[in-house]
Design a protein around this ligand. Structure first.
Ligand code: ATP
Length: 290
């Protein structure tokens, strides 16, 4: 595994922002079956920012997110939310502060959409405490915000992929988290729903960390990007800093040209297919048409 020098430079830059960070991860390591999956992961996320977690298949994105929502216990290092170590907090305390949207959610056993959204209230409730009229109004308002009022009584498992993701965002709205973690929330969605789901998450006004495979979507929506490769954080910074032709060649093994998107001004990636080594300025990807 290699650690980029640019990463350490950016890590020291981001250290200046640490005091104001909502989430701070320090030297996180995680291993499974005696194999190192994540190593030397350090970053901080400022409140209100929309951060994309990118990287090739198997880089460790889901493993890192699972550490952050307390499924994978790090073998080394510290994760702090608002200055509090998440592994020294109760599961309920964390559930009040962190909402999670995963890529495929099944097994809701006949629950209707409204019941699934209502589950966002649970972490804030005591045992046997009933939902108040204000709680139920919050649920209906969240369903309305994601445009699913007409489907509120529909069994969750019968919804389309895009409708399920929007329902889970409605659940997150109800949960009122400080941090929303999303693992490939746009997987299997058509392009309209990919944009819609990310727009909904962006306009929640909460801090978001989401893994995203589509680098152009990551560029369009994210304030900051974390680039994982082989279990290490090799780049972190703005889309301009992270999405370079050289990085895409080195980490993803693709040849690309990058210009500015005419609407949002962030990097816009055009991929080149079937080129021969030497056809383009940067050919370190080793991609060829042989
Ligand atoms: N519980 C586990 N036990 C053993 N190996 C694991 C476990 N969880 C993840 N891994 C391994 O860790 C590596 C990283 O997996 P992870 O799912 O985190 O990658 P990813 O970046 O999310 O990949 P993708 O983009 O393909 O979803 C993979 O090689 C995977 O097989």
């Amino acid at each position: 595994m290699q650690t980029s020098t640019r990463t350490s430079q950016r890590q020291s830059q981001s250290a200046n922002a640490d005091a104001d960070s909502l989430l701070k991860v320090e030297n996180l390591h995680w291993q499974a079956d005696a194999r190192a999956i994540l190593e030397h992961i350090s970053f901080a996320i400022a409140p209100g920012s929309f951060v994309g977690l990118i990287g090739p298949n198997g880089a460790g994105k889901s493993s890192l997110l699972r550490c952050l929502y307390r499924v994978n216990r790090p073998t080394q290092g510290r994760i702090q939310l608002n200055g509090q170590d998440i592994w020294h907090s109760s599961a309920r305390e964390i559930a009040c502060q962190i909402a999670v949207v995963l890529q495929e959610t099944t097994g809701n056993f006949g629950l209707r959409l409204r019941d699934v959204v209502r589950m966002g209230l649970t972490p804030h409730k005591r045992a046997f405490e009933f939902d108040s009229a204000a709680d139920l109004a919050l649920v209906d308002d969240a369903i309305d915000q994601v445009g699913l009022t007409a489907l509120a009584k529909q069994p969750f498992d019968q919804l389309s992929g895009g409708e399920k993701q929007r329902a889970l965002i409605a659940r997150a709205i109800v949960q009122r988290p400080k941090l929303l973690l999303m693992d490939e929330p746009t997987n299997h969605l058509d392009v309209r729903y990919q944009i819609q789901v990310l727009e909904l998450a962006k306009h929640l006004g909460t801090t978001v960390l989401s893994s995203i495979h589509d680098l152009n979507l990551a560029s369009a929506f994210c304030d900051q990007l974390l680039l994982l490769n082989q279990g290490e954080l090799v780049e972190q910074g703005s889309p301009d800093q992270v999405l370079t032709e050289a990085t895409l060649a080195n980490v993803f093994g693709v040849c690309s040209s990058i210009d500015r998107h005419p609407d949002h001004g962030h990097p816009r990636i055009t991929y080149h297919y079937g080129y021969r080594s030497g056809d383009h300025g940067n050919n370190s990807s080793g991609v060829s048409d042989d």
